[in-house]
Design a protein around this ligand. Sequence first.
Ligand SMILES: [Zn+2]
Length: 162
Amino acid sequence: MKSGIIRDVLVESLSESHVTVLERLSDPKYDEDVAGELKMKATVVRTLLNDLHENSLVEYQRTKNKKTGWYTYLWVRREDKIKDYVQGYLKTHLLELNSRLEDETKNVTFQCNCTRVPYNVAIETNFVCPSCKKEYAECDNSEIIDEIVSEVSRLDSLLEQT
Ligand SMILES: [Zn+2]
């Protein structure tokens, strides 16, 4: 597992702040201690921790302070889940991109001044846009296809390396 790639994908899917918090949890820590170390507000750190928790990347132990009645949370990083999360993120995006790629290569689309429509919509209005009154012209989507193809190969190569 190449940690640089894992980190990059985590930043892309969550944010730099989420990853910074995650990196602090090599040992179990209280949220206020993480906040202190990062010189961030405890409320901000808690929000970030909750996001990480929703994605199963951290877990916590809750204990009640008998004097104050308040709960404290001891957070720990789930090392076993990080690789799954990263691979899941990449796979989901690859599926989306591949289905967009299929649409772009299979369907002819038309363009006016205001929008882009598929053939079956353009033919209904006799190839004139009802909004801007311009004639639809066949859309050259080769650039879009190139972009999707290069994004697919980028994510494929990341997935291979995780
Ligand atoms: Zn239009």
